[in-house]
Design a protein around this ligand. Structure first.
Ligand code: HGY
Ligand code: MN
Ligand code: MN
Length: 436
């Protein structure tokens, strides 16, 4: 059945963008505001401009490409991100941005004018892997973090965000919030095992679980690994290991949907025969229920205090990200579901385990997400893969729903020019402009 959009061009662009920052052996590394991210941005902006979109960049580097509608006013926004983690795949985020581009180009190909503008958005630093917090660009876009504070954030490699943004020439001049969205759609891979395990085509995302990122710094005293009796040690390494193990116990103790991750753990001086004087580790806790997430955070704080006392080290913590669970607009979620089913696709509702820009846009307009299956439930892994047929399914849902939301301004005519897209007039004199 399908839609007016076709997956071939989208699949080719996913591969082409995946070449930017490609890792030997597969996967991609385009950490936010790196040179590779800059090159990826240049490629996507080039495609947007070639498609005739009006491209603007705001002060945090968010990119917006707009196809005009016949009526001025808020856009139907289709967005996601093109930055990746260091061992990322070619689909996470990129799929949503490039599918949005495909939708607007397919509208052109079909000669369809829309009432509302359609804007394709690529938000800065969604991953948060290099600069915390995650979903930073969309958070600034919706006014959840002021620009000055964001520009002064320092990365895990010691760089200032504003300097890195300028270094890749994406410190834009467009005012924040310049593009207002009437509705926001984000098409994304599930990044988990649910859809594949159930053989379901489309995930109808009801919301995003709460996220809590904490950086824990433990300070002890370095001394000789052999000559120092255990009773005299201030071993930051042992304390960090005990906390990391304790996170697993807390999470398993709460059970259910609770997840917790110690993704980064650095010891210094980090030598085989030196008791670590310093340890810095990150703890990522998530749960769909805010009260349960807070319970886990309280247990973590108690664990840190207990271990620090037992190992006679000092502990300090810094919150890197903290977002409460977000429920998407019920009516729009229902439209995702109805659109998918009308296309003959199977659906199931679920909450997103991963964070997404949609959870920020949801603060300002109805937002919803479309998920497609991840092979082996893998993401944030160079083996990330979603099958072409699944990508086509999600694109059909996105394209159909986006057109519904934007409203059709004309019957399909041949040869609509970019200049006339805003009026719905045709350049093809033979075309019969039928009332739509
Ligand atoms: O961390 C996340 O959930 C997302 O990948 N930024
Ligand atoms: Mn993502
Ligand atoms: Mn991600």
């Amino acid at each position: 059945m399908g839609s007016f959009a076709k997956a071939e061009r989208l699949l080719a662009r996913l591969q082409a963008l995946g070449e930017v920052g490609a890792l030997p052996g597969g996967g991609v590394c385009r950490l936010a505001l790196s040179q590779a991210d800059g090159a990826g941005r240049d490629l996507v902006c080039g495609w947007m401009r070639a498609a005739g979109l009006d491209v603007i960049v705001d002060g945090i580097g968010n990119i917006f490409g707009t196809r005009p509608g016949t009526q001025p006013g808020p856009s139907v926004m289709i967005g996601s991100h093109i930055d990746t983690v260091a061992t990322g795949g070619i689909y996470d985020g990129n799929l949503g941005v490039l599918a949005g581009l495909e939708v607007v180009e397919a509208l052109d190909d079909a000669g369809i004018a829309t009432l509302k503008p359609i804007t394709v958005a690529a938000f800065t630093n969604e991953e948060g892997a290099r600069f915390a917090p995650d979903m930073l660009g969309s958070l600034v876009h919706v006014g959840g973090l002021d620009l000055g504070t964001a520009l002064d954030i320092v990365s895990i490699d010691g760089a200032r965000l504003g300097d890195e943004l300028a270094a890749i020439s994406y410190a834009g001049t467009a005012p924040l919030g310049a593009i207002r969205a009437a509705a926001y759609l984000e098409y994304h891979i599930e990044q988990g095992p649910v859809l594949e395990a159930e053989g379901t085509d489309i995930g109808v995302v009801e919301g995003v679980q709460g996220i809590s990122w904490t950086e824990v710094t433990l300070s002890g005293r370095s001394s000789h690994a052999g000559a120092t009796p255990m009773r005299l040690r201030h071993d930051a390494g042992l304390a960090a290991a005990r906390i990391a193990a304790g996170v697993g116990e807390i999470v398993r103790g709460i059970g259910g949907d609770m997840v917790g991750t110690v993704g980064s753990l650095k010891l210094s001086p980090g030598l085989v025969n030196v008791i670590a004087e310093k340890a810095v580790l990150t703890v990522d806790l998530r749960h769909p229920d805010e009260a349960t997430l807070r319970q886990a955070e309280a247990k973590l704080a108690a664990l840190i205090a207990t271990v620090a006392a037992a190992e006679t080290v000092t502990a300090s913590t810094r919150t890197l990200a903290r977002f409460e669970p977000v429920a998407f607009d019920k009516a729009l979620v229902g439209s995702v579901e109805a659109t998918a089913r009308a296309l003959g696709l199977s659906t199931r509702r679920l909450y997103s385990g991963a964070g997404h820009d949609a959870q920020m846009l949801a603060r300002t307009c109805p937002a919803a997400m479309i998920f497609v299956p991840s092979v082996d439930g893998l993401s944030h892994n160079v083996r990330e893969l979603t099958q072409p047929g699944d990508i086509a399914n999600g694109l059909d849902v996105l394209a159909t729903l986006a057109l519904d939301l934007a409203g059709r301004a004309n019957a399909a005519v041949v040869g609509i020019s970019r200049a006339n897209a805003a009026t719905g007039e045709t350049t093809d004199s033979n075309a019969n402009l039928k009332e739509s």
